[in-house]
Design a protein. Sequence first.
Length: 402
Amino acid sequence: MNSLLLALILSSTPQQIELGGADLFADQQQTQQGQEPPPAKPTKHDPDEEKHQKDLEKDRQLGKEYSVEVEKELKLSTNADATARLQAIGAEMAEIANSEAVAVLWGDRRLNKFDYTFKLVQGDDVNAFSLPGGYIYFYEGLLNFAESDDELAAVVAHEIAHASFRHVETLRKEQSKFDILRIPLIIAAALSRSPEAMHSVMAVDLATQGLVSGWSTQAETASDYGGLQYMKKSRYNPVGMLTFMERLAYKEVLSPQLDWGIYRTHPPSSDRAKFLIKSLNEAGIPLKRSQTTTSLSARSLLKPDGSFDLWFGDSLLYTFKGESAKARAAQAVIRTNAFLDTVPQMFQLTTNGNEVLGNGRTMIAVEAGDLEEGKSVADARDKVVVGLKRIIGELSFRLFRQ
């Protein structure tokens, strides 16, 4: 029996089956009496949709071919837990991308659906890349660099946008004389920060280098914006895209500085971070970085003796003791995060007696019972202030204000 017919029968009620049988018998009677059954309605021909599906199939075939070559060069990760985490987040974001149309700054503006695959490869690079048709690869180093599922989801959303917006095909269409055989080289260069890939681009003629630079700048901005829209429709915090990008920008500051000029394949992370801040503000999303990072958030940790340490990132600020230590530490976490999320300036940090204030609101109240014998409240309070000033100075250097 035809499987579709079987499914229809199993999903039907007895009355529906009986009526279907009666209708079929009636049709047979009409045919026997010389009466033709009514003609089936013709399927509506949609040339635009047919072309759309052909375009998508071409992307799938191209991506499949490239993925074979990629997996000859890169080794898949053996970390099952990390791979499962990546694929779970990827599946969530892919479902959104396949069902929700978003604004496309550059690329194919149609809703392009793919069966996305997310693979984790070995290597310490903080990098990921997307091939046509939804084949997406992430390095282990990127998962280690991401401080939350929000940040990882942001990178996944960004890479999905590259595929969904069909950026490789957009490049080919915009540059009719462009050699399609060079696209694998461009993918390696435009989606990698490795010197080897950059040197490969330098070996190509200047016209090609210009195309790579222009394409990448537009593609990265479009994918940032597209990914941000996917994030807004998900359960993940869109600020994760900003905190990931800001930390990447800080990493670039600490790295050797080269002015690649026409050879640049990514807009600087600092420029992208500023663009994301503008986009988040326009969307009315509060820039609460403490919600998507560990390095930019306060937390309290229970010690064996029952006291609670207050940390911000890797900085120990204060230790609460006594029966109310847990409650006081929890309150300090909330207020410290609220203050430092604003990327404050030094003058906004003040004191009042034994209290340390941020924007006039108590963050930490130093009590004698918290201190070791011989330590003064004033000294302990001043030590907290020094620690917070150091953090404020670092935030001012690393982050961008609204």
